[in-house]
Design a protein. Structure first.
Length: 93
C-alpha cells in the first residue's frame, strides 16, 4: 500500500487544524484512504502526517500538488517535506 509522509512545522496548531480538516474531502477525492496526524512530544509545533493512498500515482500527484503547498502556506506552516512511501515489510513488534 502506498503512503505519503509529510513533515512540517506550524506556529499555531489552532490555525492549522481547520485547514487540515477542510482539505480532507480533496484528499479523499484524490485517492486518500485515511490519514493520521502526529506532533512532537517536546516540540508540539512539529507535525507529521501519514496518509494511506489507493495508488502510487495518486500518492505522487498529491505529494507534488500545488494544492498541498497552498494548504500548508494557508495554515501558516513552514514548507512541507512530502515523501511517497511503499510498504515492503510489516512486523509484529
Amino acid at each position: 500500500m502506498p503512503y505519503v509522509l509529510i513533515q512540517h512545522e506550524v506556529g499555531k496548531y489552532e490555525a492549522f487544524e481547520p485547514v487540515f480538516k477542510d482539505d480532507e474531502s480533496r484528499r479523499r477525492r484524490g485517492g486518500s484512504q485515511k490519514g493520521r496526524l502526529f506532533r512532537g512530544v517536546l516540540e508540539p509545533g512539529k507535525l507529521v502526517a501519514l496518509f494511506e493512498w489507493d495508488t502510487i500515482e495518486n500518492a505522487r500527484r498529491f505529494a507534488e500538488s500545488y494544492e498541498l503547498r497552498e494548504a500548508v502556506e494557508w495554515a501558516g506552516s513552514t514548507p512541507a517535506k512530502a515523501l511517497v512511501l511503499e510498504e515492503i515489510l510489516e512486523t509484529d513488534a
